[in-house]
Ligand binder design. Structure first.
Ligand SMILES: NC(=O)c1ccc[n+]([C@@H]2O[C@H](COP(=O)([O-])OP(=O)(O)OC[C@H]3O[C@@H](n4cnc5c(N)ncnc54)[C@H](O)[C@@H]3O)[C@@H](O)[C@H]2O)c1
Length: 366
């Protein structure tokens, strides 16, 4: 499915479902009234129902409430405004609203949904506005939903929204985008097109880190929103790899935000991969992968992959992004090792067996 990317909230009123006055389900969370674009959005909409009954790391049950509201109000299109959580909830509402009622939508076969979906990302970010995936939690476990129809038809990028994002959230979502760019680059599923997106995303994020996170410059915010979107486009092609697979249980076990959890995993996994070239599963070989590691290091302005790993750790230090502290490390590591989805590891260029996963978690936890 194709997507149209539009810069500037002033264009919202001209996007077909809005222009045609379709009845909207607006999916957003409690940050919506704080956004500088709140007024401008409200004046662009005609008939709408607001849905905000969900939190960060949304649950399946939250989505079901949204589906019910969508039907009850005879909605015709969905507008998501928010970070990855709001956008992912909206994607699942789109998918499930077009399914027959069932005891559990997750157990049914997904089918194409024609409901128009628009997304305005406010975190820069998860890139969820440009992927065909959604993450929700069911019975305490992460569920990755994937269907071509949940790629939003329109993504509206408006950097002014980043002015209200709290600094810790800014750091976490920035790091999520950086990890996505790096992971997509080394993924076994990479293509020339995905690598183009990754390279642009990683370079742009690094070159705007100070401007965005330290100096609060407006031009850097625009560049970071652009780069986060490109990182999303990259993982839309390749999917994510081991750092994301390792991160999900850290989020649910220690309550740390998604971007924070992924970022503490990435340098330890990269180091392990450098030390275990014999376990390379990328059909292009370790020579190819090693070149990719050097290209990523170059994008981080570092001479070698090892320097790049140290540099990445320095960034975490500079941003005060700390490793999780475990009070019962052996028990926690056992839970964590069992949580890693083996399917997601298939995208990782170096295979990781349970001993490797155990050792890596041991170095991630304090
Ligand atoms: N679908 C995908 O492709 C994809 C990719 C990566 C991550 N994700 C998922 O995205 C979720 C995380 O999303 P996120 O990191 O964007 O955070 P989020 O959507 O959970 O938002 C985090 C917090 O920031 C607030 N917030 C968001 N934008 C704001 C703004 N501009 N001003 C003030 N407050 C604001 C929210 O209200 C919330 O309290 C996770 O569930 C993760 O699994 C999805």
């Amino acid at each position: 499915m194709l997507q149209t990317i539009i810069w500037g909230i002033e264009h919202l009123k001209n996007i077909p479902p809005i222009k045609e006055g379709k009845r909207l389900l607006v999916v957003s969370d409690s940050s919506f009234p704080l956004l500088p674009i709140h007024e401008s959005i409200m004046t662009s909409l005609s008939e709408y129902t607001f849905f905000c009954d969900f939190g960060s790391n949304p649950l399946y049950e939250d989505v079901c409430k949204g589906v019910e509201l969508y039907h009850r109000n005879n909605c015709e299109a969905i507008l998501a405004i928010g970070g990855g959580s709001s956008i992912d909830v909206a994607k699942c509402i789109k998918l499930f609203s077009n399914m027959e009622s069932s005891s559990c939508f997750l157990k049914e076969k997904f089918r194409d949904s024609p409901i128009p979906l628009l997304a305005i990302p406010t975190t820069a970010g998860t890139g969820s506005e440009s992927t065909h995936f959604a993450v929700i939690y069911y019975n305490g476990a992460k569920q990755s939903i994937s269907h071509s129809c949940i790629l939003p038809n329109y993504a509206i990028l408006e950097p002014s929204v980043l002015t209200t994002l709290p600094i810790y959230q800014k750091k976490c979502t920035f790091l999520d985008a950086l990890c996505q760019g790096i992971e997509s680059w080394w993924s076994v599923n990479s293509t020339p097109q995905s690598i183009k997106h990754s390279c642009y995303a990683v370079r742009t994020l690094i070159d705007n880190l100070d401007g965005y996170l330290i100096k609060n410059e407006r031009s850097s915010a625009r560049n970071v929103m652009d780069a986060a979107n490109r990182a999303g486009q990259a993982i839309n092609i390749t999917q994510t790899t081991a750092p994301h697979a390792f991160s999900y249980k850290l989020t649910s076990l220690y309550g740390i935000p998604h971007g924070h959890a992924v970022a503490v995993c990435l340098p330890e996994i990269w180091l392990y991969m450098l030390q275990h070239e014999e376990n390379c599963i990328d059909s292009r070989g370790f020579g190819y992968l090693n070149n990719i590691f050097h290209d990523i290091a170059a994008a981080l302005h570092q001479p070698t992959p090892r320097d790049a790993i140290n540099f990445f750790k320095q960034i975490l230090n500079q941003l005060n992004i700390e490793q999780p502290q475990s009070l019962s490390k052996t028990t926690d590591i056992d839970i964590l090792v069992h949580s890693v989805n083996p399917d997601r590891l298939k995208n990782n260029p170096i295979s990781l067996n349970p001993t490797a996963i155990n050792d890596i978690y041991n170095s991630i936890l304090l």
